[in-house]
Design a protein around this ligand. Structure first.
Ligand code: MRU
Ligand code: ZN
Length: 211
């Protein structure tokens, strides 16, 4: 448990320094290795709800099972989006970590391509960060509508999750990213954000060249 909290704290510090958790947004979780906890039920460590992620406190993380039941410590409130995390662990058996961030670039991409329900990136060296090594590599990232109702949002996300694509964009909200380790999840998130920033800059460059 201490190791999982430490892993989350380190990643939280790194991502918050980049400004990827503005205004208490975002949340993170990792799978707990010690499955002897709670009758061998899978357990995740997840961020508490509504915290300033740039500040480290003793109340930043807690444990829940995959039904979202609070397990430890019981005085803390789990992320409001815990159901999205547990849905991803249930659908992706080798998922070990889930990170969610709101950035300007992921929001702009979701707004520009949201009506198409997906955004496609082709022939970027960065696609190797997703272990795609083909010459004509591409990745299609699904985009779902945002809902204030979290069960409804989680259902939308479950509907579009693809085992080969470790991320889902939520329109005018942010991105959920996962991987088979916290290292892979961070790598996937950085690669997605790189591609989003590239695409937005290219969009404006092309507009500028047309004028
Ligand atoms: C700016 S508040 C954003 C929240 O509504 C939510 O989308 C979010 O990412 C963080 O919720 P949290 O309950 O702190 O995990
Ligand atoms: Zn969010």
């Amino acid at each position: 448990m201490q190791q999982a909290f430490k892993t989350l704290q380190t990643a939280k510090g790194t991502l918050s320094q980049r400004g990827w958790f503005p205004a208490t947004s975002g949340n993170m979780s990792v799978r707990i290795k010690c499955s002897s906890l709670e009758n061998n039920q899978p357990i995740i460590a997840i961020t508490s709800s509504g915290k300033d992620k740039s500040v480290h406190t003793s109340e930043d993380f807690l444990l829940v099972n995959l039904n979202g039941d609070l397990f430890y410590p019981t005085n803390l409130k789990p992320s409001a989006e815990t159901l999205i995390h547990t849905s991803i662990y249930q659908l992706i058996p080798n998922c070990e970590a889930v990170f969610h961030v709101h950035t300007i670039y992921n929001n702009l991409i979701s707004a520009l391509y949201g009506d198409q329900g997906k955004v496609i990136f082709m022939k970027h060296e960065m696609l190797k960060a997703f272990n795609i090594w083909k010459e004509d590599a591409s990745i299609t990232i699904p985009i779902v509508e945002n809902h204030a109702n979290i069960p409804k949002l989680a259902e939308e996300i479950r509907r579009v999750i693809h085992p080969e694509v470790p991320g889902v964009l939520i329109k005018n909200h942010g991105i959920y990213v996962w991987g088979d380790s916290d290292f892979a999840t961070k790598r996937h998130l950085e690669a997605f954000e790189f591609l989003f920033e590239y695409q937005i800059n290219m969009f404006f460059l092309e507009k500028f060249n047309q004028t």
